[in-house]
Design a protein around this ligand. Structure first.
Ligand code: HEC
Ligand code: HEC
Ligand code: HEC
Ligand code: HEC
Ligand code: HEC
Length: 146
Protein backbone atom coordinates (compact mmCIF):
# COMPACT_ATOMS: atom_id res chain seq x y z
CA UNK A 1 0.00 0.00 0.00
CA UNK A 2 1.29 3.48 -0.80
CA UNK A 3 1.75 5.83 2.10
CA UNK A 4 -1.04 7.99 0.64
CA UNK A 5 -3.41 5.03 0.89
CA UNK A 6 -2.26 4.47 4.46
CA UNK A 7 -3.04 8.04 5.31
CA UNK A 8 -6.50 7.80 3.70
CA UNK A 9 -7.19 4.65 5.65
CA UNK A 10 -6.11 6.29 8.87
CA UNK A 11 -8.34 9.31 8.22
CA UNK A 12 -11.23 7.05 7.30
CA UNK A 13 -10.81 5.07 10.49
CA UNK A 14 -10.54 8.21 12.59
CA UNK A 15 -13.78 9.53 11.14
CA UNK A 16 -15.58 6.24 11.74
CA UNK A 17 -14.36 6.19 15.35
CA UNK A 18 -15.40 9.79 15.84
CA UNK A 19 -18.89 9.16 14.50
CA UNK A 20 -19.30 6.05 16.65
CA UNK A 21 -17.95 7.93 19.66
CA UNK A 22 -20.25 10.90 19.28
CA UNK A 23 -23.18 8.59 18.54
CA UNK A 24 -22.73 6.52 21.68
CA UNK A 25 -22.14 9.65 23.74
CA UNK A 26 -25.42 11.11 22.51
CA UNK A 27 -27.12 7.78 23.11
CA UNK A 28 -25.86 7.58 26.71
CA UNK A 29 -26.78 11.19 27.35
CA UNK A 30 -30.30 10.61 26.05
CA UNK A 31 -30.90 7.38 27.94
CA UNK A 32 -29.34 8.84 31.08
CA UNK A 33 -31.69 11.81 31.04
CA UNK A 34 -34.81 10.20 29.70
CA UNK A 35 -34.77 6.62 30.93
CA UNK A 36 -33.04 6.82 34.31
CA UNK A 37 -36.33 7.39 35.98
CA UNK A 38 -36.30 6.38 39.65
CA UNK A 39 -38.59 3.52 40.63
CA UNK A 40 -39.19 4.65 44.20
CA UNK A 41 -37.91 7.53 46.28
CA UNK A 42 -37.93 7.71 50.03
CA UNK A 43 -38.04 11.20 51.50
CA UNK A 44 -37.03 11.71 55.10
CA UNK A 45 -38.58 14.53 57.05
CA UNK A 46 -39.23 15.58 60.64
CA UNK A 47 -42.86 14.56 60.09
CA UNK A 48 -41.84 10.99 59.15
CA UNK A 49 -40.66 9.24 56.01
CA UNK A 50 -42.63 9.38 52.77
CA UNK A 51 -42.42 6.61 50.19
CA UNK A 52 -43.07 7.90 46.70
CA UNK A 53 -43.52 5.40 43.86
CA UNK A 54 -42.23 7.43 40.93
CA UNK A 55 -42.69 4.68 38.35
CA UNK A 56 -46.28 4.03 39.42
CA UNK A 57 -47.13 7.68 38.75
CA UNK A 58 -45.75 7.55 35.18
CA UNK A 59 -46.32 3.99 33.91
CA UNK A 60 -49.16 3.47 31.43
CA UNK A 61 -50.29 0.57 33.60
CA UNK A 62 -50.06 2.87 36.63
CA UNK A 63 -51.43 6.41 36.79
CA UNK A 64 -49.91 7.42 33.42
CA UNK A 65 -48.71 10.98 34.03
CA UNK A 66 -46.33 12.72 31.63
CA UNK A 67 -42.90 13.85 32.83
CA UNK A 68 -43.76 17.52 32.42
CA UNK A 69 -46.86 17.26 34.56
CA UNK A 70 -44.39 17.48 37.45
CA UNK A 71 -40.95 18.38 36.04
CA UNK A 72 -42.27 21.74 35.04
CA UNK A 73 -39.25 23.95 34.57
CA UNK A 74 -38.31 24.46 31.80
CA UNK A 75 -41.55 23.39 30.21
CA UNK A 76 -40.57 20.90 27.53
CA UNK A 77 -36.87 20.16 27.28
CA UNK A 78 -36.22 16.47 27.74
CA UNK A 79 -32.54 16.99 28.43
CA UNK A 80 -33.41 19.17 31.39
CA UNK A 81 -35.07 16.75 33.79
CA UNK A 82 -33.61 17.22 37.22
CA UNK A 83 -34.49 16.73 40.85
CA UNK A 84 -37.02 19.19 42.27
CA UNK A 85 -34.60 19.72 45.14
CA UNK A 86 -31.93 21.14 42.82
CA UNK A 87 -34.06 24.26 42.51
CA UNK A 88 -36.52 24.24 45.41
CA UNK A 89 -34.11 25.33 48.13
CA UNK A 90 -35.79 28.53 49.28
CA UNK A 91 -36.10 30.83 51.05
CA UNK A 92 -32.79 32.21 49.83
CA UNK A 93 -30.87 35.03 51.44
CA UNK A 94 -30.95 38.30 49.54
CA UNK A 95 -28.58 38.35 46.59
CA UNK A 96 -28.02 34.58 46.62
CA UNK A 97 -28.52 32.86 43.26
CA UNK A 98 -28.59 29.07 42.97
CA UNK A 99 -25.96 27.37 40.82
CA UNK A 100 -28.68 25.28 39.24
CA UNK A 101 -30.35 28.39 37.81
CA UNK A 102 -27.12 29.66 36.31
CA UNK A 103 -26.85 26.61 34.06
CA UNK A 104 -29.51 28.22 31.90
CA UNK A 105 -29.97 31.82 33.06
CA UNK A 106 -27.83 34.90 33.58
CA UNK A 107 -27.75 35.90 37.22
CA UNK A 108 -29.70 39.13 36.65
CA UNK A 109 -32.62 37.12 35.22
CA UNK A 110 -33.04 35.14 38.42
CA UNK A 111 -31.61 37.17 41.31
CA UNK A 112 -35.00 38.45 42.49
CA UNK A 113 -36.78 35.10 42.17
CA UNK A 114 -38.38 33.75 45.32
CA UNK A 115 -37.94 30.01 45.24
CA UNK A 116 -40.29 27.81 47.22
CA UNK A 117 -38.72 25.32 49.61
CA UNK A 118 -39.03 21.68 48.67
CA UNK A 119 -41.49 20.64 51.38
CA UNK A 120 -43.92 23.40 50.40
CA UNK A 121 -43.51 22.71 46.67
CA UNK A 122 -44.28 19.02 47.27
CA UNK A 123 -47.21 19.66 49.57
CA UNK A 124 -48.89 21.95 47.07
CA UNK A 125 -48.07 19.86 43.97
CA UNK A 126 -48.73 16.37 45.35
CA UNK A 127 -51.84 17.20 47.36
CA UNK A 128 -53.38 19.43 44.68
CA UNK A 129 -53.20 16.65 42.11
CA UNK A 130 -54.58 14.05 44.51
CA UNK A 131 -57.50 16.38 45.21
CA UNK A 132 -58.17 16.97 41.51
CA UNK A 133 -57.85 13.27 40.70
CA UNK A 134 -59.98 12.38 43.71
CA UNK A 135 -57.42 9.66 44.34
CA UNK A 136 -54.17 9.50 46.25
CA UNK A 137 -53.39 10.58 49.81
CA UNK A 138 -54.33 14.02 51.14
CA UNK A 139 -53.92 13.49 54.90
CA UNK A 140 -50.56 13.93 56.62
CA UNK A 141 -50.51 10.42 58.02
CA UNK A 142 -51.33 8.81 54.64
CA UNK A 143 -48.05 10.10 53.20
CA UNK A 144 -45.88 10.35 56.30
CA UNK A 145 -46.34 6.72 57.14
CA UNK A 146 -43.01 5.72 58.67
C1 HEC B 1 -46.23 12.93 39.62
C2 HEC B 1 -45.00 13.72 39.56
C3 HEC B 1 -43.86 13.25 38.68
C4 HEC B 1 -43.92 12.79 37.38
C5 HEC B 1 -45.14 12.64 36.50
C6 HEC B 1 -42.56 12.51 36.98
N1 HEC B 1 -41.71 12.77 38.01
FE1 HEC B 1 -39.69 12.48 38.00
N2 HEC B 1 -39.60 13.05 39.96
C7 HEC B 1 -40.67 13.47 40.73
C8 HEC B 1 -40.22 13.75 42.07
C9 HEC B 1 -41.08 14.23 43.22
C10 HEC B 1 -38.82 13.48 42.09
C11 HEC B 1 -37.86 13.63 43.27
C12 HEC B 1 -37.18 14.96 43.19
C13 HEC B 1 -36.21 15.25 44.31
O1 HEC B 1 -35.79 14.32 45.02
O2 HEC B 1 -35.83 16.41 44.45
C14 HEC B 1 -38.47 13.05 40.74
C15 HEC B 1 -37.20 12.70 40.33
C16 HEC B 1 -36.84 12.31 39.05
C17 HEC B 1 -35.50 11.99 38.63
C18 HEC B 1 -34.29 11.97 39.52
C19 HEC B 1 -33.57 13.27 39.45
C20 HEC B 1 -32.32 13.24 40.30
O3 HEC B 1 -31.34 13.82 39.85
O4 HEC B 1 -32.33 12.66 41.38
C21 HEC B 1 -35.55 11.67 37.30
C22 HEC B 1 -34.39 11.27 36.39
C23 HEC B 1 -36.93 11.78 36.90
N3 HEC B 1 -37.69 12.17 37.99
C24 HEC B 1 -37.38 11.51 35.63
C25 HEC B 1 -38.72 11.53 35.25
C26 HEC B 1 -39.19 11.09 33.95
C27 HEC B 1 -38.32 10.59 32.80
C28 HEC B 1 -40.55 11.25 33.97
C29 HEC B 1 -41.54 10.91 32.88
C30 HEC B 1 -41.50 9.53 32.39
C31 HEC B 1 -40.92 11.76 35.29
N4 HEC B 1 -39.78 11.91 36.03
C32 HEC B 1 -42.21 12.02 35.72
C33 HEC B 1 -41.97 13.61 40.30
C34 HEC B 1 -42.45 13.23 39.07
C1 HEC C 1 -32.47 23.57 32.18
C2 HEC C 1 -32.52 25.01 32.00
C3 HEC C 1 -33.15 25.86 33.07
C4 HEC C 1 -32.85 25.89 34.42
C5 HEC C 1 -31.88 25.00 35.16
C6 HEC C 1 -33.62 26.97 34.98
N1 HEC C 1 -34.37 27.56 34.01
FE1 HEC C 1 -35.65 29.11 34.26
N2 HEC C 1 -36.22 28.99 32.30
C7 HEC C 1 -35.70 28.13 31.39
C8 HEC C 1 -36.41 28.28 30.11
C9 HEC C 1 -36.12 27.50 28.82
C10 HEC C 1 -37.37 29.30 30.31
C11 HEC C 1 -38.39 29.80 29.27
C12 HEC C 1 -39.81 29.34 29.59
C13 HEC C 1 -40.01 27.91 30.06
O1 HEC C 1 -39.78 26.94 29.34
O2 HEC C 1 -40.42 27.76 31.24
C14 HEC C 1 -37.20 29.75 31.70
C15 HEC C 1 -37.93 30.76 32.28
C16 HEC C 1 -37.74 31.26 33.56
C17 HEC C 1 -38.39 32.43 34.12
C18 HEC C 1 -39.36 33.36 33.42
C19 HEC C 1 -40.59 32.69 32.92
C20 HEC C 1 -41.43 32.06 33.97
O3 HEC C 1 -41.59 30.80 33.94
O4 HEC C 1 -41.96 32.77 34.83
C21 HEC C 1 -37.95 32.55 35.43
C22 HEC C 1 -38.32 33.62 36.44
C23 HEC C 1 -37.00 31.48 35.65
N3 HEC C 1 -36.89 30.72 34.51
C24 HEC C 1 -36.36 31.26 36.85
C25 HEC C 1 -35.49 30.21 37.11
C26 HEC C 1 -34.87 29.94 38.41
C27 HEC C 1 -35.10 30.77 39.65
C28 HEC C 1 -34.10 28.84 38.25
C29 HEC C 1 -33.30 28.11 39.32
C30 HEC C 1 -34.02 27.78 40.55
C31 HEC C 1 -34.22 28.40 36.86
N4 HEC C 1 -35.07 29.26 36.21
C32 HEC C 1 -33.57 27.31 36.32
C33 HEC C 1 -34.68 27.23 31.60
C34 HEC C 1 -34.12 26.92 32.83
C1 HEC D 1 -34.87 23.98 37.14
C2 HEC D 1 -35.50 24.51 38.36
C3 HEC D 1 -36.73 23.84 38.87
C4 HEC D 1 -36.96 22.49 39.05
C5 HEC D 1 -36.02 21.34 38.76
C6 HEC D 1 -38.28 22.36 39.60
N1 HEC D 1 -38.84 23.58 39.77
FE1 HEC D 1 -40.67 23.98 40.60
N2 HEC D 1 -40.36 25.99 40.30
C7 HEC D 1 -39.22 26.55 39.77
C8 HEC D 1 -39.38 27.99 39.71
C9 HEC D 1 -38.34 28.97 39.19
C10 HEC D 1 -40.67 28.28 40.24
C11 HEC D 1 -41.31 29.66 40.41
C12 HEC D 1 -40.87 30.25 41.74
C13 HEC D 1 -41.58 29.61 42.90
O1 HEC D 1 -42.82 29.74 42.99
O2 HEC D 1 -40.92 28.94 43.71
C14 HEC D 1 -41.27 27.00 40.60
C15 HEC D 1 -42.53 26.82 41.17
C16 HEC D 1 -43.06 25.61 41.60
C17 HEC D 1 -44.33 25.45 42.28
C18 HEC D 1 -45.29 26.58 42.65
C19 HEC D 1 -44.88 27.05 44.02
C20 HEC D 1 -45.97 27.82 44.70
O3 HEC D 1 -46.33 27.43 45.84
O4 HEC D 1 -46.48 28.77 44.11
C21 HEC D 1 -44.50 24.12 42.54
C22 HEC D 1 -45.67 23.46 43.23
C23 HEC D 1 -43.33 23.43 42.01
N3 HEC D 1 -42.48 24.37 41.45
C24 HEC D 1 -43.12 22.06 42.09
C25 HEC D 1 -42.01 21.40 41.56
C26 HEC D 1 -41.84 19.95 41.57
C27 HEC D 1 -42.80 18.95 42.19
C28 HEC D 1 -40.65 19.69 40.94
C29 HEC D 1 -40.03 18.36 40.62
C30 HEC D 1 -40.88 17.37 39.95
C31 HEC D 1 -40.09 20.98 40.54
N4 HEC D 1 -40.95 21.97 40.92
C32 HEC D 1 -38.88 21.14 39.90
C33 HEC D 1 -38.10 25.89 39.35
C34 HEC D 1 -37.93 24.53 39.34
C1 HEC E 1 -50.22 14.84 38.54
C2 HEC E 1 -50.93 14.19 39.63
C3 HEC E 1 -50.17 13.65 40.82
C4 HEC E 1 -49.09 14.21 41.43
C5 HEC E 1 -48.39 15.48 41.09
C6 HEC E 1 -48.76 13.33 42.53
N1 HEC E 1 -49.61 12.27 42.57
FE1 HEC E 1 -49.56 10.74 43.95
N2 HEC E 1 -51.15 9.88 43.03
C7 HEC E 1 -51.83 10.37 41.94
C8 HEC E 1 -52.90 9.46 41.58
C9 HEC E 1 -53.91 9.63 40.44
C10 HEC E 1 -52.82 8.38 42.49
C11 HEC E 1 -53.66 7.10 42.37
C12 HEC E 1 -54.47 6.73 43.44
C13 HEC E 1 -55.26 5.47 43.12
O1 HEC E 1 -55.50 5.15 41.96
O2 HEC E 1 -55.60 4.83 44.11
C14 HEC E 1 -51.72 8.69 43.41
C15 HEC E 1 -51.33 7.87 44.47
C16 HEC E 1 -50.35 8.15 45.40
C17 HEC E 1 -50.02 7.34 46.56
C18 HEC E 1 -50.68 6.03 47.01
C19 HEC E 1 -50.43 4.90 46.09
C20 HEC E 1 -48.98 4.72 45.73
O3 HEC E 1 -48.68 4.78 44.52
O4 HEC E 1 -48.14 4.57 46.62
C21 HEC E 1 -48.98 7.98 47.21
C22 HEC E 1 -48.26 7.54 48.48
C23 HEC E 1 -48.69 9.18 46.45
N3 HEC E 1 -49.53 9.26 45.35
C24 HEC E 1 -47.71 10.09 46.79
C25 HEC E 1 -47.39 11.23 46.06
C26 HEC E 1 -46.35 12.17 46.41
C27 HEC E 1 -45.45 12.08 47.64
C28 HEC E 1 -46.35 13.13 45.45
C29 HEC E 1 -45.47 14.34 45.32
C30 HEC E 1 -44.03 14.15 45.39
C31 HEC E 1 -47.39 12.79 44.49
N4 HEC E 1 -47.99 11.64 44.89
C32 HEC E 1 -47.71 13.55 43.38
C33 HEC E 1 -51.57 11.55 41.29
C34 HEC E 1 -50.52 12.42 41.56
C1 HEC F 1 -49.02 13.71 49.30
C2 HEC F 1 -48.11 13.36 50.34
C3 HEC F 1 -47.95 14.28 51.53
C4 HEC F 1 -48.94 14.74 52.36
C5 HEC F 1 -50.43 14.50 52.27
C6 HEC F 1 -48.26 15.51 53.39
N1 HEC F 1 -46.92 15.51 53.17
FE1 HEC F 1 -45.49 16.42 54.34
N2 HEC F 1 -44.06 15.93 53.00
C7 HEC F 1 -44.24 15.12 51.91
C8 HEC F 1 -42.97 14.94 51.24
C9 HEC F 1 -42.74 14.11 49.98
C10 HEC F 1 -42.01 15.65 52.00
C11 HEC F 1 -40.51 15.68 51.76
C12 HEC F 1 -39.99 17.03 51.39
C13 HEC F 1 -38.51 17.13 51.58
O1 HEC F 1 -37.79 16.15 51.42
O2 HEC F 1 -38.09 18.23 51.95
C14 HEC F 1 -42.74 16.26 53.12
C15 HEC F 1 -42.15 17.05 54.08
C16 HEC F 1 -42.76 17.48 55.23
C17 HEC F 1 -42.11 18.20 56.30
C18 HEC F 1 -40.65 18.62 56.35
C19 HEC F 1 -40.33 19.67 55.34
C20 HEC F 1 -41.00 20.97 55.61
O3 HEC F 1 -41.74 21.45 54.73
O4 HEC F 1 -40.82 21.52 56.70
C21 HEC F 1 -43.07 18.45 57.25
C22 HEC F 1 -42.88 19.17 58.56
C23 HEC F 1 -44.33 17.88 56.76
N3 HEC F 1 -44.10 17.30 55.52
C24 HEC F 1 -45.52 17.91 57.42
C25 HEC F 1 -46.75 17.53 56.88
C26 HEC F 1 -48.03 17.76 57.52
C27 HEC F 1 -48.23 18.40 58.88
C28 HEC F 1 -48.98 17.28 56.67
C29 HEC F 1 -50.50 17.33 56.81
C30 HEC F 1 -51.07 18.65 57.01
C31 HEC F 1 -48.30 16.73 55.51
N4 HEC F 1 -46.94 16.91 55.67
C32 HEC F 1 -48.91 16.12 54.44
C33 HEC F 1 -45.43 14.57 51.49
C34 HEC F 1 -46.67 14.78 52.04
Amino acid sequence: MSSKKHLQLAYGLAIVLLVVGVGSYAYTALTATVLDEPVRIQFKSVAGKVLYSHKMHTAETGYGFACYDCHHHPEDDETSLRACGDCHQGPLEEGVVLESCLECHDSDEVEDTEITKMGDAFHSKCIQCHQEAEAGPEECSQCHVL
